[in-house]
Design a protein around this ligand. Structure first.
Ligand SMILES: Nc1ncnc2c1ncn2[C@@H]1O[C@H](COP(=O)(O)OP(=O)(O)OP(=O)(O)O)[C@@H](O)[C@H]1O
Length: 877
């Protein structure tokens, strides 16, 4: 499985759930997979055909989606085609029937109209699975019901022993049930992942939709375009779509437009140009929907409040599907909130009307929120999160908390005095001293609070109302489509404890809108532009690296144009970034990079290597920077969906800051704290998170801690001497001063998760390079002490272990005089296969050969995708 993943897709590891699902399919079990957009569901049905050499049939709702996927798979060397009304090649159907394709896409209409003879022939040739993508289309309760999907059950009788796999990114319990029964899934293996998309930054901004706002928006978008990456701007009306599109075009930004009033040809062309990076921005209504499979959209902007939180999650989810950091902004105007009636007009029943109203109100709440946007989204979809995400505007804003007791007191009292029978507008008008008819008729102008709130504009009070709602001081009830706001029990408690205006403090987070209204005006972004966090330290390019990146983007574009495909189908942005950081000068080094597959090596590696080496020389950049490779090879994978929920807030937050935002221990210790915590505490928090199952980049962790291979060996020896790892103090006493408790704890944690071999090898030790050279041709192999046990994995068969009396070296030596085998591809492969990671030194010593000869053989094995290198060790694929 891993071999197929690396060979065809270039990835060296599976993401959460992928392996589990593939294994179940290979066992012949039906599966129901509910995983977030961009979490990597496609791999689950694309790997089995490559392992079994049988066809996978995929039912997909849209032709454009199928075409894009076939295009990408072909670029990976996977034999793939589609059957549907736009297929012009008449031979495809016949070839498909003979089992000539690994992956065969078809529309549901096509699937049910194919003859039983087609299916029996294909089954005789070999079918490994039938996948139903976007499976929620089966259910009338889903948001995209398609009648043709309902008929798919007929295939069940035709394909008796074939496992069915249903996949979707959104499905409630009810929809899941519908999918399973409609497809008659037999005892399906069900996987439900998290809805979280950790690589996405969520931000919200109030706006005024004036021309000056649009011009600011255009400026921000153009900045985003120069640093690379596509943007989608969703507008709520066709008129606004045209307005924003015109402004972008006038500013010279290559932009496309897409809405329902355009003809299908024009829409197709617009989609095609966007996918192929010929246009960088797509301004669209939500008609630009499900068929978007572009993985490198870096920014999705909603220009106007969406009609529901479900649609917001889906549309913003088109961002950053490749897992790279990307941003989702929502610009709303208070007048958007009056559109509820308009959306409710679609409703056919009172229940439906209520449902529409509720999801619209959730979207509205999302706009007005002063607390973590991600948590709100996840909670809406039923996932509880207690820690803030540190990757949304509300979590990262600094100026956001203030004592609002006085203002809250005024607003809550006024709402209570008006009887809690109104929306927010009337009590706010009372506070602002209005003598409107309703106010006078109800004698509200006689209230002592009348006119006491003139210091703030009405929108500020409305924003405070939303903050009080979110914090449970107010409650909202919907009657028909009319919303009443009243004081909640919590609000009443506050009022009675603070029975005078200058009572107890009430610290609340100010919402973005309140800050804007107090600040210099509502323009899109003042400093940070669309991307307020920017790349983390390890992702940041130097000026020269940026030049190299831009050249490689152009090379990729040129290649894509020459063969008529999308640039992302040649290779992803992350792969290009890895090229820039590692600057591979040989095919073997390039093959080893995550995202590089066999097809890429045979077709495109030479042109990339040529450009890299040439420009690196001109810019005086070192090629083959393996230290960059070590850290990049373990770049965290996105959407790790099974994060532990039991971990305390501080621990989880420390881990997130370190792992996701890549902050140092020191920065985390000071992060948003008046009194910093100790770095040691931060370290132990992160270790706790790792023990709880959070993903870790151990190489980076050890490097920051200074835990080298040598120190690890010293610790191991100390534990052996003490006889037990239970108590840290006696271990510490056996060790030199510079070895800290944190290093010992880290060592034990890494040992505990069974990773010591790989991790400590990858941490650069002083003079490691020199060692490699010094030892050339010498028959002595150094291994760490744990390999000296009778059950030694590495080194044991190679020679006799000699325990040195010299504790200073803390390393043991092996005499290799007996090793006589010659270094051939087969012999090296056999040696590597028998061990859990082998270094170049190991190979040289084992074969008593020269370093050059071994490097050449290992290089060719890497090019052939038989071995790969991770953290300095060769492993068999
Ligand atoms: N194991 C992996 N390692 C690295 N990248 C991966 C891995 N699996 C998938 N990806 C990448 O993740 C991105 C999203 O994958 P994919 O298109 O399969 O998502 P999806 O879950 O099907 O999303 P959608 O619901 O939008 O169709 C792609 O760019 C893909 O190449």
């Amino acid at each position: 499985m891993e071999a197929a993943l690396k060979t065809y897709f270039g990835f060296s590891g599976f993401r959460s759930y992928q392996r589990e699902i593939i294994e179940k399919v290979l066992e012949g079990r039906d599966c129901l997979v509910v995983m977030a957009t961009g979490s990597g569901k496609s791999i689950c049905y694309q790997i089995p055909p490559l392992v079994t050499k049988k066809t996978a049939v995929i039912i997909s709702p849209l032709l454009s989606l199928m075409q894009d996927q076939v295009m990408s798979l072909k670029q990976r060397g996977v034999k793939s085609e589609y059957l549907g009304s736009t297929q012009t090649d008449t031979s495809v159907s016949g070839d498909a029937e003979k089992g000539m394709f690994d992956v065969l896409y078809m529309t549901p209409e096509k699937a049910v109209s194919l003859t039983s003879r087609f299916w029996s022939n294909l089954q005789a040739a070999g079918i490994c699975l039938l996948a139903v993508d976007e499976a929620h289309c089966i259910s009338e309760w889903g948001h995209d019901f398609r009648t043709e999907y309902k008929q798919l059950h007929v295939l069940r009788d035709l394909l008796v022993s074939v496992p069915f796999v249903a996949l979707t990114a959104t499905a409630t319990q009810r929809v899941r049930g519908d999918i399973a029964s409609s497809l008659t899934l037999h005892n399906p293996h069900i996987v439900v992942g998290s809805f979280d998309r950790p690589n996405l930054f969520y931000g919200v901004k109030s706006c005024n939709r004036s021309m000056s706002f649009i011009n600011e928006l255009v400026k921000d978008v153009s900045k985003n375009c120069t640093v690379g990456g596509s943007t989608i701007i969703y507008c709520t009306t066709i008129r606004e779509t045209e307005q924003v599109h015109d402004a972008l075009v006038t500013a010279g930004i290559k932009s496309g437009i897409y809405h329902g009033r355009m003809g299908s040809k024009a829409r197709e062309e617009s989609h095609r140009s966007f996918v192929r990076d010929e246009t960088l921005v797509m301004v669209a209504t939500i008609a630009f929907g499900m068929g978007i499979d572009k993985p490198d959209v870096r920014c999705v902007i909603h220009y106007g409040c969406p009609k529901s939180l479900e649609s917001y999650y889906q549309e913003s989810g088109r961002c950053g599907r490749d897992g790279l950091p990307s941003v989702c902004w929502l610009y709303y105007q208070r007048s958007d909130f009056t559109k509820a009636d308009f959306y409710c007009a679609e409703a056919k029943s009172t229940t439906q009307k209520k449902a529409i109203m509720e999801s619209f109100m959730a979207a509205q709440k999302y706009c007005l929120l002063a607390t973590c946007h991600r948590n709100f989204l996840l909670q809406y979809f039923g996932e509880e999160r207690t820690t803030d995400c540190c990757n949304c505007d509300n979590c990262t804003r600094t100026k956001n908390e203030r004592d609002l007791s006085k203002e809250s007191f005024l607003l809550l009292s006024c709402i209570r005095s008006c009887g809690g029978r109104w929306g927010l507008n009337l009590p706010i008008d009372v506070l602002r001293g209005s003598r409107g008819k309703k106010i006078v008729d109800n004698n509200f102008d006689k209230l002592p609070l009348h006119g006491r709130g003139k210091d703030y504009p009405p929108n500020w009070w409305k924003a405070l109302g939303s903050v009080l709602l979110a914090n449970d001081y107010l409650k909202e009830t919907v009657r028909d489509t009319f919303r009443c706001v009243s004081v909640s029990p919590n609000g009443n408690r506050f009022l009675s404890s603070a029975d005078k205006v200058d009572g107890a403090p009430l610290f609340l987070q100010l919402s973005a809108e309140m800050i804007d209204l107090e600040g210099p005006g509502s323009l899109p972004h003042n400093e940070g532009g669309l991307n307020p966090l920017g790349p983390s330290e390890s992702e940041r390019f130097s000026e020269d690296e940026l030049k190299l990146y831009q050249v490689l983007v152009n090379v990729r574009m040129q290649l894509a144009q020459d063969i008529g495909t999308a640039p992302y189908a040649i290779c992803g942005d992350q792969t290009l970034r890895n090229f820039v950081k590692m600057r591979p000068s040989t095919t073997a080094r390039m093959a080893n990079i995550d995202g590089v597959n066999q097809h890429f090596i045979s077709r495109y590696s030479s042109v990339f290597i040529q450009n890299i080496t040439q420009l690196a020389k001109e810019l005086n950049l070192q090629v083959d920077d393996s230290s960059a490779g070590e850290s990049i090879a373990v770049v965290p994978k996105p959407a790790q969906n099974n994060l532990p929920r039991s971990l305390g807030d501080s621990k989880f937050c420390s881990w997130e800051l370190w792992h996701k935002m890549k902050l140092s221990f020191q920065k985390i210790a000071h992060f948003r704290r008046a009194v910093p915590i100790k770095e040691q505490t931060v370290i132990s928090y992160i270790l706790d998170a790792a023990r709880d199952g959070c993903e870790m980049n151990w190489s980076r962790f050890c490097e920051e801690l200074g835990l080298t291979l040598e120190i690890a060996s010293q610790i191991r020896l100390a534990i052996t001497k003490v006889g037990s790892p239970e108590k840290l103090k006696p271990i510490k006493e056996e060790l030199p001063e510079n070895v800290t408790y944190e290093m010992i704890k880290t060592f034990l944690t890494i040992e505990g998760v069974g990773l010591s071999e790989q991790v400590f090898r990858s941490v650069p030790t002083d003079g490691s390079e020199a060692d490699e050279n010094d030892n050339q041709g010498c028959s002595v192999l150094t291994v760490d002490v744990c390999d000296a046990s009778p059950s030694t994995k590495r080194g044991q068969t190679d020679g006799t272990l000699i325990y040195g009396d010299e504790p200073a070296s803390k390393l043991q030596k092996i005499d290799e005089q007996d090793v006589k085998s010659t270094a051939t591809e087969d012999a090296i492969l056999e040696m590597v296969a028998g061990r859990d990671g082998v270094s170049l030194e190991d190979v040289v010593k084992h074969f008593n050969g020269s370093k050059r000869e071994c490097v050449e053989i290992l290089d060719s094995l890497e090019c052939n995708f038989l071995v790969y290198k991770r953290n300095g060790s060769y492993m068999v694929l």
